[in-house]
Structures are given as C-alpha cells and as structure tokens.
Design a protein around this ligand. Structure first.
Ligand code: HMG
Length: 370
C-alpha cells in the first residue's frame, strides 16, 4: 500500500514526558464553596479532581518539566533536535514564544526552528502535526522535533466552567515511531465561531457554554465521517483499540460519542459498548488533571498508548474553540507496551497536595498576571 493510502509512516513518537502541577482539589470541595450539589460536578460533568498551580508556578514550569522528562527517556543526542513547537493558550508573552522559555531552561539552542502555536485547545495537535509533517517532508533531514502541549485552565470564580479547570503538560520527541507511528492521513474541520475566547488583557475566558458543546459535537461528526468515508462505521471503529477525545470534562466526550453513534445509526446498546470499552478508559488521567486545554487530548492518548501491542491503533480527536478540530490516527510501536511515561503521572499524583475549599479561596485571591 502506498503512503497516500494511509500506511503508518516511519515517523512518530519516540518518547513521552508528562507533568501535572503540585496541587489538586476534589471538585466536591468546589461544590461546597459554590453551593452546588457535588453530583452536578461528579455525575453531571463527570469531573473528579482539578490540578492546580500554586502561586509562582505556571505554564513555563509545566512545559519545561514535561519536556525534560521526554528528553530524558529519548535515546537520541540533543544536538539532533531541529524543531521545538509548543501549543498553548496560556502564553506568558505576546511576542516571545513559550518555546524560548523552555529552550532556555533545557539549554537548547542552535540550528533549531523554535515557535509557539495558538489555537485554543487545538494548538498542541497543530504543533504535533506540524512537527510530524516537517519530519515527513524531509526538510529537516532525520532531525527530531520536541513538541509540547501545556496549559493552565482557570475560569472566573463562580463561572459554570470553574469545576472543569485543570492544568498539565505533555511532551513528545517526534523521531522514530518507537512508541507510536503517526499516520499521514488526517481529517480537519474548522468554522469561525465565538464559543470560548479570551481577548488580549482578559484574565479569564468568556464562554458560550451551550454553543461550545454544539460546536464540539458538530466538529466530531464531520471528522469521524471523513475518516470512515463509505465504510461500515461499526467495523471501521472496531479497528481502533482506543478512541481518544479532547476532554474539557468527561461528560462532553460521552455526549460526543452519543452524537457519533446516532449519526452512524448504531443502536443505543452498541454506542454504550463503544464508549465503555474504547473511550471511557482513556480518560482516567484526565480525571486527575481536569481540563488542561492543549494537553487534555494528549494526556488521554498517552494513557491509551501504554500497554498496547505493536500495530494496535488509536484515534485522537482534537477540538479547540474558535473553532478548529482534527482527527489523527496513531499506530502503537514496540515501546508502547512498557508505558514508561505512566511513572510521571503516578509520581506527580502521589506527591501532590490535595487542597481544601478554604485553601482554594486563599489561592484565588493571590493576583496572577493576565
Ligand atoms: P452549566 O450550564 O452550569 O451546567 O455548565 P448544566 O446546567 O448544563 O449541568 C451540567 C450537567 O449536570 C447536565 O447534564 C445536568 O443535567 C447535570 P446534561 O443534561 O448535560 O447531561 N446536573 C446534575 N447531575 C447530577 N446531579 C445534579 C445535577 N445538576 C445538574 N444535582 C457547562 C455546563 C459545560 C456549560 C460549563 O461547565 C462550561 O461552560 N464549561 C466550559 C466550556 C466547555 O467546557 N465546553 C466544552 C466544549 S468546548 C471545548 O472543549 C474547548 C475548551 O476546552 C476550550 C478551548 O478550546 O480552549 C473549553
């Protein structure tokens, strides 16, 4: 089969690093503070814990540590890095890219193309696709790329989105497909919309929550239709061992799967089966991070890849408000089985402090830069 027919190419993820910040809070604590029934958050939204940054700790720390971990697991020489692309919507500067802050911390400089990518939660996927396509194009020779998706998601206090907050970073070295090959075929969709946005100078996003749910579902339907083409949806979806989604909150993903199932004519029983077997298990780590914007999908993908045998496939649906979406396929390589990067989540979760509603109130009162 030719490359254009969809074969996995010899380009992909060679190492993964993940980092969650040192604090977290159960969403039940927030419910007490906001006078809500905790089940609205745990059942209605499907949330569990939100990862939180302490004062003075932010996206540079998250991105740098995830990148450091990914590089430490990579067999290659750092001089082989020819591209650093970081997706974020928590940028600390309107000019200087986050990649420069990370490169500084990691001592990376030289003949490297280094930049930041912004498109709400879709920015990490764009960075990954650009790095992959750069490598596939051959312009960088056999040099490797460092890709990071990192964010701190904060809503205004009392905003309906507050229970979905989170933070985290995932970094990939794009080189040989030891952990997963990234397929050339990719299915994108975009529509200009104001579903969630944060104008320059605003500390928190403005959200049209209900509209954002519709946009997300519409984008998912388009991308999956494009992937399935004329094939039998049930059989085609069975090709994937796991189907990962951007996780703004777990119930959103359930809603999207219901929409896909209905659109593709699956019975209610088959839709639930698909969700429970291939989708829900990929969100375990997301329930520990909350919405980490650009990193959310890739936290789910990192979780899904661990333990897979070579050749098993993973679908990854990315959504970013504004809005843009893309459905990417990955094929597990020989190092997926060992899932070395799971240690990052295990140690960060074991070492982080669970804070109370009172601690959270105090923390929110500390001024943060816009
Ligand atoms: P809301 O409007 O306050 O919540 O906030 P609601 O009234 O719709 O309730 C939520 C669910 O809880 C409902 O379930 C209720 O029935 C249920 P549903 O009908 O949807 O199945 N519920 C309860 N369940 C059990 N016990 C109870 C109870 N009470 C209610 N007592 C909203 C919800 C999503 C609008 C809000 O959280 C929000 O604005 N979130 C932020 C926006 C968002 O996450 N959108 C998702 C798609 S857009 C996206 O993913 C991009 C994004 O990541 C940003 C980016 O791209 O950069 C956000």
């Amino acid at each position: 089969m030719s490359q254009s027919q969809g074969d996995a190419l010899n380009v992909g993820i060679e190492s993964i690093g993940i980092h969650l910040p040192p604090l977290a809070m159960q969403v039940e604590e927030l419910a007490v503070l906001r006078g809500e029934d905790p089940e609205k958050y745990t059942v209605g939204l499907g949330c569990s814990q939100m990862a939180i940054c302490p004062p003075g700790y932010g996206v540079v720390d998250l991105a740098s540590e995830a990148a450091r971990r990914a590089l430490s697991r990579w067999d290659g020489d750092r001089s082989k890095i020819g591209l650093i692309a970081i997706g974020t919507e928590s940028a600390v500067d309107m000019s200087r890219p986050l990649s420069a802050y990370v490169a500084e911390r990691l001592g990376l400089s030289g003949g490297i193309r280094s930049y930041e990518v912004k498109h709400a939660c879709y920015g990490g996927t764009l960075a990954l696709r650009q790095a992959t396509e750069w490598r596939m194009s051959g312009v960088g020779g056999d040099r490797a790329a460092l890709v990071v998706a990192a964010d701190v998601a904060l809503y205004e206090e009392g905003d309906p989105g507050e229970a979905t907050q989170g933070a985290g970073a995932v970094a990939f070295v794009i080189d040989e497909p030891e952990i997963a090959a990234i397929e050339r075929e990719t299915y994108a969709y975009s529509e200009p919309e104001f579903d969630f946005w944060r104008p320059v100078g605003d500390r928190f996003p403005t959200v049209n929550g209900k509209l954002s749910l519709d946009c997300y579902k519409r984008a998912a339907e388009f991308c999956f239709r494009a992937l399935l083409d004329e094939r039998d949806p049930e059989k085609a979806l069975q090709m994937f061992s796991a189907i990962c989604f951007h996780v703004p909150f777990p119930k959103m993903v359930r809603k999207a799967v219901l929409r896909l199932g209905e659109a593709f004519g699956l019975t209610a029983e088959k839709i639930i089966d698909l969700f429970e077997r291939k989708v829900e298990p990929t969100m375990l780590w997301n329930k520990l991070s909350g919405n980490a914007y650009t990193a959310s999908l890739w936290i789910s993908v990192a979780s899904a890849l661990q333990g897979l045998s070579p050749g098993e496939k993973v679908a990854a649906f990315s959504y970013g408000s504004g809005f843009g979406a893309e459905l990417v396929s990955l094929v597990a390589g020989p190092r997926a089985k060992a899932g070395a990067w799971a240690a990052d989540i295990e140690s960060d979760v074991a070492n982080r402090k669970l804070i109370t509603a009172q601690d959270y109130r105090t923390l929110r009162a500390v001024p943060r830069p816009a």
